[in-house]
Design a protein around this ligand. Structure first.
Ligand SMILES: NC(=O)c1ccc[n+]([C@@H]2O[C@H](COP(=O)([O-])OP(=O)(O)OC[C@H]3O[C@@H](n4cnc5c(N)ncnc54)[C@H](OP(=O)(O)O)[C@@H]3O)[C@@H](O)[C@H]2O)c1
Length: 221
């Protein structure tokens, strides 16, 4: 079976680093994307010692997207929409974009949720993507710090929403291959409104309890 390759758009950041390591350890090929291919190469060099059997590669964001059937959007929220618009034509027909972004900005270190007219970052991005690209939201409540601490068990749930049952199923299959992570089907894309706000709760809990790894587990499901 050929290895599934996943592009990490803006994979040079904190969330991207953790996702690259966990996905590579789950056996996926990972293409770390950046606005500057050199920065992606540097990230690959830095992460390689902790990577798994899945190959780590580097590319510019456009080439990473064009080379994979699945991409993860890992850029900072402020640049998510512009990045998707800039690379609209690079997505393969029938490909899946998994949106990891959360509309939070930090004012003097304090998290502030950005209210969007579309309801959520994922729903906003849906309006910008070509129709032939499927969209799911996942990994939104997973702390970068924990993802990058590869020996630490994730031991939590990951909520997946999507613009179709098929988009969700494709994203859930990827989530479910990461050890310690249970995919939870949160339903249609508007569930991102709830999930993105849950991330704010996790950030607040981290601060209040002076921890880095607050995350979620659903009981009764
Ligand atoms: N940190 C967390 O714990 C966490 C948890 C859940 C979800 N998320 C979400 O994951 C995403 C990434 O978070 P992060 O903490 O990894 O962010 P980050 O480290 O601040 O940034 C990620 C990447 O965004 C790219 N970027 C910066 N400015 C850009 C621009 N003007 N245009 C295009 N790309 C730009 C950079 O890549 P290049 O400079 O290489 O192009 C950078 O490495 C965010 O949307 C965040 O809401 C984060």
């Amino acid at each position: 079976v050929p290895e599934t390759r996943i592009a990490l758009i803006g994979g040079t950041g904190r969330e991207g680093a953790g996702l690259a390591l966990r996905l590579s350890r789950a056996g996926f090929g990972v293409v770390i994307g950046s606005r500057e291919a050199g920065r992606a190469e540097e990230a690959v060099r830095r992460l390689k010692p902790q990577a798994g059997v899945g190959r780590l590669e580097a590319a510019g964001n456009g080439a990473a997207i064009a080379g994979c059937d699945v991409s993860l959007l890992c850029v900072s929220f402020a640049h998510a929409a512009d990045t998707v618009v800039a690379h609209r034509d690079a997505f393969r027909p029938g490909s899946l974009l998994i949106d990891v972004t959360v509309p939070v900005v930090f004012d003097a270190g304090r998290p502030r949720f950005v209210e969007l007219p579309q309801g959520s970052s994922s729903e906003h991005l849906r309006t910008l993507l070509p129709g032939h690209v499927a969209l799911a939201g996942a990994f939104k409540t997973l702390p970068a710090h924990l993802l990058a601490d590869v020996e630490a068990p994730l031991d939590c749930d990951d909520f997946v929403c999507g613009d179709s049952a098929e988009s969700r199923a494709r994203a859930m299959e990827i989530v479910g291959r990461i050890p310690g992570l249970r995919p939870i089907d949160a339903g249609s894309l508007d569930a991102a409104r709830v999930l993105e706000r849950m991330t704010v709760l996790a950030i607040r809990l981290n601060r209040r309890y002076k921890v880095h790894d607050a995350r979620f587990r659903v009981l009764g499901v």
